[in-house]
Each structure stands twice: as C-alpha cells, then as structure tokens.
Design a protein around this ligand. Structure first.
Ligand code: G4P
Length: 546
C-alpha cells in the first residue's frame, strides 16, 4: 500500500486549480461550460443557467442573488479529464467586485485569460491581469470568438506585449485572410484544423476536421491566398518569434496563446489538453513557518471566500477553503489560527455544476466548502494541531467609498448589527465607528459603489432590515500611528476636523478625508504622524490605476 506521502504526491500531480479572467462578454461563461462539457461533467452545454446578466447592473446581480444556489455552485467547479482533476474557480465579472476576484486568485495555481479576438485587451482584463502578475502565476491566453471577424493575430500579440507587458507564444495560429477565419494551424502537432459545420450552435461536442499541413484538399478549401499567408506567418513565428520556454511560463513571463471559439467548441478540447499538460500542479505556499510543501503530510488550508445565506431555507454560511498540504478528511479536527482553537470539520462540501456533494477526502489544490458557525474570516489558516502556523495574510484593497448606515427602524437594531457584521466577515464591506458617536450608526467603507446597493439589498432580503444610507464625501482612508507610539486621538491629531476620525473593527484610528490635498495638510501639521492606506499589519493590493 502506498504511504500517505506517495498518495499525496500522486494526487497533487493530478490537480490543476485555476481561474478564468476576462472582460465581461469575452466568453468566460461559455468557455467554462465547454470545459465542463469536455470533462463530461455536463452533457449538454448550457445547463449552467446563463449568468450573463450578472455582470451588467446591480438589478441583474440581485436577480442572480435570488438564485444563489446557481451562482454559488458555479463559483467552484470540479471535474476530471484525462486522469487530471480540474478545479475551476469563478471570478465575478463586475469591477466593483475586484476584491472578491483578488481573493479567488489567491487560491489558484494558474489563470486563463480570455480575450475577444475583435476587441483585444480590455479594461477589466488589464486589471485582473495585474493581480495575477503580482502573484507570479502562469497565465494562459485563450483568444475567443474566432468564428467571427477579428483583429490580426500578430497585432493581438503586439497588444498583449505592449499593454500587459507579457510576451506570448502562439500554440496555434488562425487561418484566413482579413480577419475572416476558417480554422487554425496547430504548431505543436503540425496540422491544420478547420471549423466543422455546426448546426447545434455548440450545444454538443463536435470534432474539427483535421488535415496534414500540405493536404491539397485543405488548400483547396481555404484557398491559395490563405494558404500562402499561413506559410509566411508560420515561417515568421518560427524564425523571429519567442521560443517556447516552460520556465518562463511558470514564472508568468510568457503566456501560451490559443486561438479558438468557445461557442462553436472550436479549439476548446485542444486548449484543455495542452493546458493540463503545461499548467502547474499545486505549489508550496509561504507561511509563518516558512514554505509549506503540498506533499507535507500535515494538513493545512486557508479560507479565501465566505458566503452566507446561500440557501434561504437554511440560512447557512459556507467558508471556502483551499487545501495547501496534507489530506483532508471529513470530521477531522484542525487548529484554527484566529481563534487559536481546535475545530471539527463536519459536513464538508464540494461542488460540481449544480449538485453539492458531501465529501470524505480532498487533496492539495482542492476547494472545499465548510459549514461555518461564524468563526471563519477571509485569510484564516486551519492546520494540523501538531504543526501550528499561519499562512501569509491576504493583502487588502484600500476602501474608496464611504457611507453612514443605520437601521430605519431602531427596533431592528439587533438584526441590523448581525447583518452588517456578517457582510464585514464576508469581506464585502469594511466597518468603522465614528469617534465620539453613538452606536446606532456605522461608517461603511467599500471599494465600489455597487457594494452599497448590495448591502441595502441583502440587509433587506436576508435580515429584513431597511437601512438609511448617507453617502459621505470622503475618498481616502488612512490608518494612523504616531512615531513615538503614543495614542492617536481626535484631540492629539491636529486638523482631525478636516476629515472624519473613525475607528476600525480592531479599534485602530483611521482618518477619512476628501482628497490628497487635505491629507497633505494633515501630514504637514502632524510631523510625527505615520499613515497607511490599509491597517499597518496588512499589505495593500497594488492594483494601480484603479
Ligand atoms: P462572459 O461570461 O465572459 O461575460 O461571456 P459569455 O460567455 O456570457 O459570452 C458573451 C457573449 O459572447 C454571449 O452572447 C456568447 O454566446 C458569446 N460568445 C461566447 N463565445 C463565443 C464565440 O466563440 N463566438 C461567438 N460568436 N460568440 C461567442 P450573447 O448574445 O450575450 O448571449 P447568448 O444569447 O449567445 O447566450
């Protein structure tokens, strides 16, 4: 019988855990469905309900939230393909949820970036790409919608390099002239794949037509001009292009680039197979006790997402953990770093399309949903009692929008506090209390305005509380400390009334101000004051240009 170490090594080698990043409409939902289709997880693509409304407006988001079961189960998908276990973590498309996306990206080992062949690199893709880059994870590019008119592939490569600062290696190459594509040339297998006629609109798996690179029948079909152009392009890529270097891919310096069409299934299977071959299995993670290797027999995981009230009938709350080392077993006892207590992991769940399943075992790279009695927070570590440590804290986004929030009906204060605490633990909002003010209202900070609408909606729908929400004019928050360690109070701070003096959840002093100019005045007049965009013990997410 294999030892635990051997078992772990075998299972880890099979795991591929990734997220798909893209600008809304590039085809993330469609590609996800198609990957599942090839994985045999669903038999007819389209059985995951269309979430296309999710990305556009808050009303649509709320509509989706009414069907939480769907949006949540599709947020972590697992399937097997060719001996590998694939975990796909969904990321919200709307930019106001970039913090959620960021956390999800903390839990993956690689990312797939989808680019619309006609649109090239778009705003949201740029932002998400930067986050991946910060983590130095490998990024695979899927240029989608090849069935439509699109930009020239060489221009797209150029755009990726100049806009994102990463070089690309085309794994296949579109065939056709003037952006009217007929298929691709596979550079690895040295063969031509042409679009097969598809009358089902990609609803069923279809096989492309394959030809030798010089097959007369193929040349006749695509036309001599397209064939000649292809020959020229391939020669150019082989001679002048970047060579393929897996080490550069692993370091996030080179992105393997695939052309295809998710809707018509063209190039999807090939992409999946190459992705499995080239993408890395779970890697070691930094912790307070150095690097934790995935094949360390001692179990460890961290919480990257918390979602409450997914099932309105049960009002449950799930903490999603990413396993980093060891073997997960149902009912195991683990040590939780934040409470410094042992806890038992009962009723763990895994997700496959729309079914939630109770699971017994899981391995590094896997995502498990745990019923959470309200003890977990984002970034918490759970690990073997015999080897206590903490993974690095998640970096955080500085809040940029602020509002005063209180319950309309003071009799509902209890539910109000419960709801607002819940959303804070989920990481959707940051909570502050104004210095000297009563406890009937809070100051809520977020990274985007949509969060306030979500807050209002969820408090109403999940806690039956109507709120009064007054937007505040502040745009900047600064955590404060004096160099000499003395306490920062409204009285000790010169110009405290130029902004709002508040305390965060841990009673750290924070100043909210309108703009950098006001901040400059405060700095000039308080020479011993130290300021930070986020709590002093946390790192900031360097999204830049937000
Ligand atoms: P997203 O999750 O990234 O936001 O994109 P999604 O998959 O929802 O795709 C956005 C739109 O692009 C959809 O059209 C989808 O059908 C279409 N699409 C995705 N892949 C391809 C492709 O390879 N080729 C072409 N031509 N279109 C593609 P829609 O009209 O918004 O929705 P639907 O009516 O098709 O469902």
């Amino acid at each position: 019988m294999a030892s635990l170490k051997e078992e772990l090594q075998q299972e880890i080698g099979k795991r591929r855990t990734f997220a798909i990043i893209s600008h809304p409409d590039a085809g993330k939902t469609t590609l996800t469905e198609k990957l599942l289709l090839y994985g045999g997880a669903i038999h007819l693509a389209g059985s995951i309900k269309s979430r296309k409304t999710q990305r556009h407006a808050v009303s649509d988001w709320m509509e989706i939230e009414k069907q939480r079961g769907i949006s949540v189960t599709s947020s972590v998908l697992q399937f097997d393909y060719d001996g590998c276990r694939i975990n796909i973590l969904d990321t919200p498309g709307h930019q106001d949820f970039s913090e959620d996306t960021y956390r999800t990206l903390m839990a993956v080992d690689s990312a797939v970036m989808i680019i619309d062949v006609a649109k090239g690199v778009e705003a949201q893709t740029k932002k998400l790409f930067r986050v991946c880059k910060q983590r130095n994870i490998p990024i695979f590019t899927f240029v989608n919608k090849l069935d439509r008119f699109g930009k020239a592939p060489l221009d797209l490569m150029d755009e990726i390099e100049t806009v994102l600062g990463i070089r690309s290696y085309p794994m296949n190459w579109p065939i056709g002239v003037d952006g009217k594509y007929m298929g691709v040339y596979d550079r690895q297998k040295k063969r031509v794949e042409l679009f097969a006629e598809d009358s089902t609109h990609g609803q069923e798996e279809r096989v492309s037509e394959i030809f030798a690179p010089d097959a007369p029948e193929m040349i006749e079909r695509i036309g001599q001009d397209a064939y000649d152009a292809l020959q020229d392009d391939i020669a150019l890529l082989d001679e002048a292009g970047e060579g393929f270097d897996l080490e550069k891919v692993a370091a996030g310096e080179l992105t393997p680039m695939f052309f295809g069409s998710a809707m018509t299934n063209f190039g999807v299977q090939n992409f999946l197979e190459e992705y499995i071959r080239l993408a890395p299995p779970p890697a070691p993670r930094n912790s307070s006790d150095g690097k934790i290797e995935p094949d360390d027999e001692r179990f460890s995981a961290f919480v990257f997402k918390i979602q409450a009230n997914m099932n309105p009938a049960h009002r449950d709350r799930l903490a999603f953990i990413r396993i980093c080392s060891g073997k997960f077993e149902r009912n195991m006892s683990v040590w939780h770093n934040k409470s410094a207590k042992d806890i038992k992991l009962a009723q763990p769940q895994q997700f496959l399309a729309q079914d939630r399943q109770i699971i017994d075992t899981a391995y590094p790279g896997d995502i498990v949903g745990l019923f959470d009695p309200g003890i977990f927070g984002i970034g918490d570590t759970i690990c073997d009692d015999a080897h206590k440590f903490s993974f690095e804290d998640f970096p955080v986004f500085p809040p940029e929008k602020f509002a005063r929030v209180q319950a309309k009906d003071t009799m509902k204060r209890k539910q109000f506090v419960k709801g607002i605490e819940q959303l804070t633990q989920e990481g959707a909002i940051q909570l502050f209390q104004q210095a000297g003010a009563g406890t009937e209202s809070y100051i809520v900070g977020t990274v985007g305005t949509l969060q306030f609408e979500v807050l209002e909606y969820r408090l109403k729908n999940e806690y039956n509380v109507d709120i009064i929400l007054q937007m505040q004019p502040f745009e900047v928050a600064r955590w404060m400390a004096f160099e000499d360690g003395s306490e920062v109070t409204p009285a000790a701070l010169r110009g405290a009334d130029r902004g709002m003096f508040v305390y965060d959840r841990k009673q750290n002093p924070v100043l909210l101000v309108n703009n950098e100019w006001a901040l400059g005045w405060i700095t000039d007049n308080n020479p011993k004051l130290q300021l930070n965009q986020v709590p002093f013990d946390r790192a900031v997410v360097g999204t830049g240009g937000k």
